[in-house]
Design a protein around this ligand. Structure first.
Ligand code: DGL
Length: 288
């Protein structure tokens, strides 16, 4: 790339805003905190409205708009829609409505799958909302129209993983059921199209077999964020340690406890925001 003449940018100290339907997007935040330790992050988990997957696309879109407006009110420099269902339902509309740049998780995951596949058969495991929006299918086809995609909606999986015991037999039964159509399809690449699924990676690997590459949208999205900050010239100074703060629309204490498992880092204070399309933007801080 040939850079702009003003390639030397002042550091941008504003935080990056991240939202999800609950705690799942913390797998995306985890990758961001590892790859961008010098940036500040504000994470909003809409646990009061979890899950988004079974909801209609219009309802998910309304919730996504409320979440983005909340983050904009916190003066973020970039918004990351760390939720496949919300990205699928609302990303273009959000981008067209807000001045703040907004990234989703679908394009980075789709691009990685297109780069990875050799037999040009890609499987997708995702929520009903994500599958019915056909966003992954469209993104893949834009990049390589010759790739065949088999999408499997997994309605039970995200709630089961969120409940806690990711190594239970019930989770294994669900993973076995949802991966079966992909095994018979014969794909060599599977997109984990829901932020919860990285937590069951070992089970997926075992049931899909060693010849199948798993695409973790969380990792791909954090690479996209890094590149975007650099190219837009809105990265913070690298010689500092950033902070991260949390808001939840559900009960803050349970967000803190369940969330730490997804983030794999401590979650201290969690603010509460009423959330939803018609609520005021102000939030209270509670928690440890
Ligand atoms: N974060 C959501 C997703 O990636 C989890 C599933 C849900 O809310 O139903 O689709």
């Amino acid at each position: 790339m040939i850079g702009r003449a003003d390639a030397e940018h002042e550091p941008d100290p504003r935080p990056i805003g991240v939202f999800d339907s609950g705690v799942g997007g913390l797998t995306v935040l985890h990758e961001c905190l590892v790859n961008l330790p010098h940036e500040d992050f504000i994470y909003l988990g809409d646990t009061g409205n979890f899950p988004y997957g079974p909801k209609g696309l219009a309802e998910v879109r309304a919730l996504a708009f409320a979440n983005a407006a909340f983050l904009v009110s916190h003066h973020v420099k970039l918004i990351v829609v760390a939720c496949n269902s919300a990205t699928a339902a609302a990303l273009p509309q959000l981008q067209a409505s807000f001045e703040t740049p907004i990234l989703g998780v679908v394009i980075p995951g789709a691009r990685a799958a297109v780069q990875e596949t050799r037999n040009r058969r890609v499987g997708l495991l995702a929520s009903e909302a994500t599958v019915s929006s056909a966003s992954y299918q469209q993104a893949i086809s834009t990049l390589d129209a010759g790739i065949e995609v088999r999408a499997v909606a997994c309605p039970r999986l995200a709630p089961l993983i969120q409940e806690g015991d990711v190594f239970s037999e019930e989770v294994e039964r669900a993973v076995r059921e949802y991966t079966a159509p992909l095994k018979s399809f014969g794909c060599d690449t599977v997109i984990l199209g829901c932020t919860h699924y990285p937590l069951v990676t070992p089970m997926l690997r075992r049931l899909l077999g060693p010849g199948v590459a798993l695409i973790n949208s969380a990792e791909e999205t954090s690479l996209e964020i890094t590149e975007t900050l650099k190219r837009k010239g809105i990265a913070n100074r690298r010689d500092r340690e950033g902070g991260y703060t949390f808001f939840s629309t559900g009960e803050p204490e349970s967000f803190r406890q369940v969330g730490a498992r997804f983030l794999q880092l401590p979650i201290r204070e969690v603010g509460h925001w009423v959330g939803g399309a018609s609520s005021p933007i102000s939030a209270t801080r509670v928690g440890a």
